[in-house]
Design a protein around this ligand. Structure first.
Ligand code: PMV
Length: 338
């Protein structure tokens, strides 16, 4: 048996603006998805709550269908059908991931895959990317395929496309490489830089609610805004992301706070926040800290930054929520045992 794990992620800054070519800084967090895998003729998927078995011909057929459907949706610029298909079975993410690996690497056997994840689903913390990265890595170990991190990341990006339509690729990249990642989409391809910065402390996660809309739907919602309204806000987040890089390099905590708060103001104006998220962020700003939604928004998790742990925990608890401390910059995908 092989055990592999990959971290979840938070967008320190740059979600949504990254879709329009601005950079994002994304950090791996100290919550991980663990996958135990053994060889098996079929695909068996187990979580603490459920278990299913699939014939591998069904799995590869499903991936062929997904590949065609993705192109059909991309032509229509509407991924609703794709999102519906992925929601039909809670294990479709794993089925698609294993299917992609089988087809890409010419493997004709399945696996028994047991999943245990510390990363809440639908919280903007990269649960799907962490699961896909772990499953790809586990399959390559089981079947003795030497794949680089870049190759693992490429396969995982296909899965993110089935989940989110036209994602930037930032989530899978961070779950794969770990640390703090500078991520930017350019015409020449993705710029991925692992920032040489030690782990960041004094960050807290506050889970608010399960978003009603998916990442793909929220990205589409922002795209539907008038360009003259959207673009200045996207550019403002872009500027704050460059400033954040300077602030991290010089450990300028005041500037880190300012950049986080600028991002939240703009994300809220882009319509992806919620009144309760705005309230939490306002309360954290009120006690001298910084806070923003993380990921696509519409609910999910608020990322808070404050140097006084007790003050932050108290302010969050006054609003009826709880905060979990997290370290930013954890290790990427790794083999825990084999
Ligand atoms: O909520 P998540 O983890 O899916 O993050 C999405 C980040 C976006 O910038 C909104 C979309 C993307 O593909 O980068």
């Amino acid at each position: 048996m092989v055990t592999v794990s990959a971290p979840g992620k938070v967008h320190l800054i740059g979600e949504h603006s990254v879709v329009y070519g601005e950079p994002a800084i994304i950090a791996a967090i100290d919550k991980r998805c663990f996958v135990n895998a053994t060889k098996n003729a079929d695909l068996i998927v187990k979580t603490p709550e459920a278990e299913s078995i699939y014939d591998i011909n069904e799995v590869t057929y499903f991936v062929n269908e997904l590949r065609n459907l993705w192109h059909k949706c991309a032509d229509k610029k509407d991924f609703s059908e794709m999102f519906e298909t992925m929601k039909e079975d809670p294990f479709n993410l794993v089925k698609a991931t294993v299917g992609e690996v089988l087809m890409d690497l010419n493997i004709d056997e399945g696996a028994d895959i047991e999943i245990r994840s510390d990363i809440p689903v639908g919280a903007g913390l990269g649960s799907s990317a962490a699961l896909a990265v772990s499953v790809v890595k586990a399959m390559t170990i089981l079947y003795d395929k030497e794949l680089s991190r870049d190759e693992i990341n490429d396969i995982t990006f296909s899965i993110e496309k089935y989940m989110h339509g036209t994602p930037s690729g930032g989530d899978n990249t961070t779950c794969c490489y770990g640390g703090l990642v500078w991520f930017q989409k350019t015409m020449q391809g993705n710029v991925i830089k692992n920032l040489d910065i030690s782990k960041l402390e004094n960050f807290f996660l506050v889970y608010v609610s399960r978003p009603e809309k998916s990442t793909g739907e929220l990205v589409q919602q922002v795209r539907e805004l008038e360009e003259s309204y959207r673009q200045p806000r996207i550019s403002d987040i872009g500027r704050a992301t460059h400033d954040m890089l300077d602030a991290l390099t010089t450990n300028d905590t005041k500037k880190i706070r300012e950049c986080i708060n600028i991002a939240q103001k703009n994300l809220s104006e882009l319509g992806v926040s919620l009144p309760i998220i705005d309230d939490i962020c306002k309360a954290v700003r009120g006690i001298g800290g910084a806070a923003k939604l993380c990921g696509a928004g519409g609910g999910g998790t608020v990322l808070c930054y404050h140097e006084d742990r007790l003050k932050l925990l108290e302010a969050i608890s006054d609003l009826g929520f709880s905060a979990t401390e997290t370290v930013l910059g954890d290790e990427g995908v790794r083999v825990d045992s084999k």
